[in-house]
Design a protein around this ligand. Structure first.
Ligand code: SAH
Ligand code: SF4
Length: 371
């Protein structure tokens, strides 16, 4: 990007009201913003040239002072199971990753919201990187533009977005909120709140505030049924302990099909004992909280291991026996290190099935259950 380009105003990442306000300075009507929104988020335009429903004069004005950013996907990896991982090089040289998971009819994109993460959970590759910076709303939604454009090329549509990539979305609320508005807008991605999930390590006040503002679903990384163990695994627990967290999870209104899921990374010999399952069941008793069990995914420097299948099955059966809905999440994209907790925004030596950044990926994706 040249210096001149950096000075132009980026229209990607503005919410619809922000874009309306911006264009009103030029005396443009509100519907102009809706037109631009459709071009950017439904037709994935990268410049103004092809916007044929805008006058030549307006296009010239836009080209002269605005831009539509789109960080390049420096690397696209395609797993044998159809999962795809994208590495985006951001304008300041930082890198983040997103993962696209095909699953029966669904096409779920797992997006990043920060470069690194400040919360330092001991089992997580992103946590091990430390915090580098917040992502902008433009960078956040661009991940969805890129994936949706790729999918469109093969006659598919992006159906779900989960904030489960790098970073803690509730530590970057202003930019994540803008991205959510664009994902939900009928002139943007037009996704329903059920299909947009914010995953959080449990920043309780922000979760409650976001639940008031947007009809999105939540996933909460619980990972331990007792404060002592949870504080050890996830230092944020010292600030927002389990009792407050679980109360908040129960309070998030469940109207209009909104879901709250508890994520539980199974760490062998650490949090996978039958009594842990029983304690967890007790915490969630009488609620509609569903539990997603995620066997630990290994990464460089990770000192944990996943339990064997029998232990994982036992854990799940105890929950189900106690009336708690629980599933074990299938590992996806293991060969390209695209699974939960493996993202760290650097090119590594493991991927070997690289596709072209603009190309159509091979492999349709075997149907696996992942909710
Ligand atoms: N910061 C948010 C979202 C990103 S982490 C959060 O913590 O929820 C997304 C999920 O990956 C979380 O549920 C987290 O517990 C899980 N995770 C992190 N490292 C993992 C690993 N090594 N194996 C399996 N899951 C992991
Ligand atoms: Fe951050 Fe989530 Fe990883 Fe914890 S699990 S370090 S909150 S990204």
């Amino acid at each position: 990007m040249t210096g001149w380009e950096a000075e132009r105003i980026d229209l990607k990442g503005m919410t619809l009201p922000e874009l309306e306000r911006f264009l009103s300075r030029w005396g443009k009507e509100r519907y102009r913003a809706r037109q631009l929104f459709r071009w950017i988020y439904q037709r994935f335009a990268g410049d103004f040239d092809g916007m044929t429903d805008l006058s030549k004069e307006f296009r010239g004005l836009l080209t002269g002072s605005c831009r539509i950013s789109g960080p390049a996907a420096e690397r696209v990896e395609v797993s044998v199971d159809g999962t795809e991982k994208y590495l985006f090089r951001l304008e300041d040289g930082e890198a983040v990753e997103s993962v696209l998971i095909p699953d029966d009819g669904r096409r779920t994109l797992c997006i990043s919201s920060q470069v690194g993460c400040a919360l330092g959970c001991g089992f997580c590759a992103t946590g091990a990187m430390g915090f580098r910076r917040d992502m902008t709303s433009a960078e956040i939604v661009h991940q969805a533009c890129f994936a949706a454009k790729r999918l469109e090329g093969r006659g598919e549509r992006l159906s779900n977005v989960v904030f489960m990539g790098m970073g803690e979305p509730l530590q970057n609320v202003p930019e994540v909120s803008r991205a959510i508005e664009i994902l939900l807008s009928q002139y943007g991605f037009g996704l329903s709140g059920k299909r947009v999930t914010v995953s959080t390590a449990g920043i309780v006040p922000e979760m409650l505030r976001m639940a008031e503002r947007y009809p999105v679903s939540f996933a909460v990384s619980v990972n331990a049924p007792r404060d002592e163990l949870r504080s050890h695994l996830m230092p944020i627990n010292r600030k927002y302990p389990l009792r407050d967290l679980v109360a908040a999870m129960k309070r998030v209104p469940l109207r209009s099909g909104r879901k709250v899921t508890a994520e539980y990374v199974l760490l062998s010999g650490v949090n996978d004992a039958p009594e842990d399952a029983r304690a967890l069941a007790l915490l969630f008793r009488g609620s509609r909280i569903k539990v997603n069990l995620i066997p630990f995914n290994p990464h460089d420097g990770g000192r944990y291991a996943a339990p064997g299948r029998e232990t994982a099955d036992r854990f799940r059966e105890i929950l189900v026996g106690a009336g708690i809905q629980a599933i074990t999440r299938e590992r996806r994209g293991e060969d390209i290190r695209a699974a939960c907790g493996q993202l760290r925004g650097s090119v590594h030596k493991y991927g070997n099935r690289t596709g072209g950044s603009g190309g159509v990926a091979a492999g349709g994706g075997a149907p696996h259950s992942r909710t």
